[in-house]
Design a binder for this molecule. Structure first.
Ligand code: F6P
Length: 358
């Protein structure tokens, strides 16, 4: 049997650990298997850039961050546009698949990458997927591999800020990744003991943030820590149409990111000293946590099982603590966002965390 494998989109700590799970399981399932590892995601599939992955290539990967295959972003919205040489990207991928006489393609990817996986599946390729992303925003699975490790780093960033914050009368803002959703910020914010958590799903009111800071000061705490999602948005902006927002952004002062914008607004209203920390891509780096390795290994083994059982067109997923499968058609293009009325949010509010929305 001949299978293609690729890692696509932003990397994360447990891509290698998941590939290890898939590879080890496939080599045990088949007496004769060849795995074609495409370099740098769909780019490798398009341009026939691959390497044969031998059994020993899957050893020593459990604790190795990044991806040994490399990765790239192939935006889905441009998938039907020709490449720089005028070639049809989808046709090129189909050609490589056929030329190598593959019996299946295994895609480790997040939202955008799985839209492409679904497209290829609809066009007749045998595709299975494993849910990757530090953002945890993939529809159809409770958790994704990569999330746990990024959570640990984001929480550690807040922990480090905590000790310095306690020595100064300042407001500290930690900006956390997550693209358009707030999972990473919510979980790291709670785990790191942030006082205020701002999520894209709960637009903030700057006056409510100020109130929360002042309430802390009144209670004798002279510092405050905000965990701010990179996609956080104010109530005013959330109420605008796309066109209005574009006009507004043109006229408003330009900030490097939302954390600086929130910081400037707090400084203006309170006169307090503000410090901003952006851990950025650190959150995707380093070695996977123990729990992430466990998730990666389980999802890897189950992805191989999808292949063996001829369950093409599916992604391995976690639901209610159990591994299951979900069809690519069902998940493509959907985003799993934080429910503002969820238990986690209610519990966070119960311990006094503000979401900037009094
Ligand atoms: O999807 C993972 C992620 O790290 C997001 O949290 C973030 O918005 C984005 O990727 C950053 O992308 P890039 O690595 O292309 O800068």
């Amino acid at each position: 049997m001949r299978f293609g494998m690729l890692t696509s989109g932003g990397d994360c700590q447990s891509l290698n650990a998941t590939m290890r799970g898939i590879g080890k399981a496939l080599y045990r399932m088949y007496d004769d298997v060849q795995i074609y590892g495409f370099n740098e995601g769909y780019r490798g599939l398009m341009y026939e850039d691959y390497r044969i992955m031998e059994q020993e290539d899957f050893s020593g990967l459990l604790v190795r961050g990044g991806t040994i295959l490399g990765t790239s972003r192939t935006p889905f919205k441009l998938i039907n546009e020709p490449d720089a040489y005028g070639n049809d990207k989808v046709e090129m991928m189909k050609q490589t698949y056929r030329k190598l006489r593959l019996d299946g393609l295994i895609v480790l990817g997040g939202n955008g990458s799985l839209k492409t996986a679904n497209l290829l599946s609809q066009q007749g390729l045998k595709v299975v997927a494993a849910p990757k992303t530090i953002d945890n925003d993939l529809w159809g699975t409770d958790t994704t591999f990569g999330f746990q490790s990024a959570l640990s780093i984001a929480t550690n960033a807040i922990d480090c800020i905590h000790t310095t914050a306690a020595s100064h009368r300042r407001v500290f803002i930690v900006e956390i990744m997550g693209h358009k959703v707030g999972w990473l910020t919510l979980y790291a914010g709670i785990a790191g003991g942030a006082d205020i958590i701002l999520l894209p799903e709960i637009p903030y009111d700057i006056d409510c943030i100020v109130k929360a800071i002042q309430a802390r000061t009144k209670s004798g705490q002279h510092f405050a820590i905000l965990a701010v999602a990179e996609g956080a948005i104010s109530k005013e902006k959330a109420a605008m149409t796309k066109k209005e927002l574009k006009e507004f952004t043109k006229k408003a002062p330009a900030y490097p990111s939302v954390a600086y914008e929130v910081g400037a607004a707090i400084a203006e209203k309170t006169g307090q000293e503000i410090r901003v920390t952006v851990p950025g891509h650190m959150q995707r780096g380093g070695i996977p946590t123990a729990y992430d390795r466990l998730i990666a290994t389980r999802l890897g083994a189950e992805t191989a099982k999808l292949v063996r059982d001829n369950n093409f067109g599916y992604m391995a997923a976690f639901r209610n603590g159990k591994i299951t499968k979900v069809s690519l058609e069902e998940i493509a293009g959907k985003l799993k966002t934080v429910d503002p009325d969820s238990q986690e949010i209610r519990e966070a509010r119960a311990v006094g965390i503000s979401f900037g929305d009094c």
